[in-house]
Design a binder for this molecule. Structure first.
Ligand code: IPE
Ligand code: MG
Length: 236
């Protein structure tokens, strides 16, 4: 979710007004995905590098995170959404950590959309904490290094148990991954939208999904093989 600051600047507003407006786009994206039967949506809300921003901006982002959780959790629960926060939450205030834990607990049995909020998240952090967890088990004698494979490694990452992401969308015109889901995105289709996040609505999301639907995902096969496979699977 990129472009909040520029959206505000264009309107001669403080950057934080862009973050407040961005909450509306979060709501739209979540509602759209829940309605359309998307299995999982992961939103990059705050990176481990975003602490470098001015203290006042960081504090508004934290306040928005807390108030949005307070306001929206019941509705998410009613809509069968399972909420999870991925990232190193130990840096958040005790109040915010408690809120997050309560929202996760409330929605943990829900079977609808898996909504993951990446907060104080970094793709490298995710890989490192997975490696550390395996190393600890090896050190304790509970695991042989030869048992470590991609599947076991994946089981220690933040999105373990979820399907690999099909589509990555970055708004705001920048074409980079910025330390998002580095491990998980090995075969993800990348889509870059010029829209600033507060302007990113259902039409923009549909345009991204349409673009995704026009792509051929080969996973190492040739184009002809993929066409054969899809014919054999009844065109699906
Ligand atoms: C939102 O957009 C990203 C967050 C960290 C919440 P930005 O705040 O990065 O907006 P720009 O890039 O300055 O326009
Ligand atoms: Mg930005």
């Amino acid at each position: 979710m990129d472009g909040n600051g520029r959206w505000a600047k264009q309107r001669f507003l403080p950057r934080t007004a862009g973050h407040r407006a961005g909450v509306g786009s979060v709501r739209k994206a979540v509602e759209y995905c829940a309605k359309k039967g998307v299995a999982a949506l992961t939103l990059f809300a705050f990176s481990s590098e975003n602490w470098r921003r001015p203290a006042q901006e960081v504090s508004v982002l934290m306040e928005l995170f807390l108030t949005t959780l307070e306001k929206e959790t019941d509705k998410l629960h009613q809509n069968n959404v399972r909420l999870r926060v991925i990232g190193d939450r130990s840096a958040f205030s005790a109040e915010l950590q408690a809120r997050i834990a309560a929202a996760e607990r409330m929605t943990e049995a829900n079977q609808g959309l898996c909504l993951n909020i990446a907060a104080n998240y970094g793709g490298r952090w995710d890989i490192v904490q997975a490696a550390r967890s395996l190393a600890e088990q090896v050190a304790a004698g509970a695991l042989q290094p030869s048992q470590i494979d991609a599947e076991l490694f994946d089981s220690r990452t933040s999105l373990a148990g979820l399907p690999e992401p099909d589509l990555f969308i970055r708004t705001g015109g920048e074409q980079r991954i910025s330390n998002f889901l580095l491990w998980q995105m090995a075969y993800t289709e990348l889509y870059f939208s010029a829209a600033l996040w507060p302007d990113f609505d259902e039409q923009e999301l549909e345009a991204a999904i349409r673009d995704y639907a026009s792509r051929q995902r080969r996973f190492g096969y040739t184009g002809d093989q993929v066409e054969m496979l899809s014919v054999n699977q009844g065109g699906r």
